[in-house]
Design a protein around this ligand. Sequence first.
Ligand code: MLT
Length: 269
Amino acid sequence: MPKVRIGDDDVALNYREAGSGTPLVLLHGFPFSSALWRPQLEVLATRCRVIAPDFRGFGESEVTAGPYTMERLADDTIRLLDALGVERAVICGLSMGGYVAFALYRHHPERVRALILADTRAEPDTEEGRANRDRMAELALNEGAAALAKEMLPHLLSESTRRSRAPAVSELRRIMESADPRALAAALKGMAVREDARPVLERISVPTLVIVGREDEVTPPAAARALGDRIADARVEIIDDAGHVSNLEAPERFNTAVAGFLDSIGERG
Ligand code: MLT
C-alpha cells in the first residue's frame, strides 16, 4: 500500500486507493483503519476514485505523539489530498471520521465537493463522556487493544450482525485488536477535546448524505436526524439491520446509498 510523508512532523501516512474519476475520500472511525472500507473499495471503485487513508497511528500509518485532535487528522487529510493532486473531493466520514469531516469542512470548505456523514454526530463529549475516554485510554495502554475491543464490540453491531454475520464480526475484531495502544490513547484524547460541530452545520452548503444504522447505539438515528434537520441540502438514509458500523454490516445498502447520492449530484466518475 502506498505511503506519503506529510506535515510539519513528516509523518508517514498510509492510504488505499482504487478506481478513477471523482475523488471519494473515506475517513475511518475509531478504533479502526482503512481496512474498514474494504466493501467500499471493492465496489465503489468501479465508479469513482476511492482514497482511504489510515489516520496517523492507525493501520499502516506511523504512530506519533498525541493527542490526535480532529483538526490534526483533518490537516493530515488535506495534506494527503495535496500530495495526490486532488483539489476537491467528496468527503465521507464514519463516526470519528465524521468528526474529522466536520473539522475539515470548518477549515477547508473549498476542498469539499459533497459530504457523506455516516454514523456520526455533531455534539461534543459530555463531562461523563470525557471521563470515559480517559478510562478507555488507560485500558488500552495498560491492557492492550484487545481489551478495548472486547469492551467496545458489543455496542457497535446490530443484533442481526452479531447473530448472522460472523465474518463481518471477525473482520471488525481483527481490525480493532491490531490497533496500536498509543494511537488509541492519542485519538481518545483528541476526540475528548473536539469542538462542538453544530455551528458548522448551518454553514454547510454542499450536498450532504447522512447515513445511519437503525440499531446504532453509539450515534443513534436521532443524532442523524438532527444533522439532517440542520444541514440545508441534506438527505438522511436509515439502514435496517445495521448498527454503528453500517458500511461493513450492510455493505450493499451502504454502497447503493452512496452510489445513488453520487448520481444525484452528477458525479458519475
Ligand atoms: C467511532 O466509531 O469512531 C467512535 O465510536 C466514535 C466515538 O467514540 O465517539
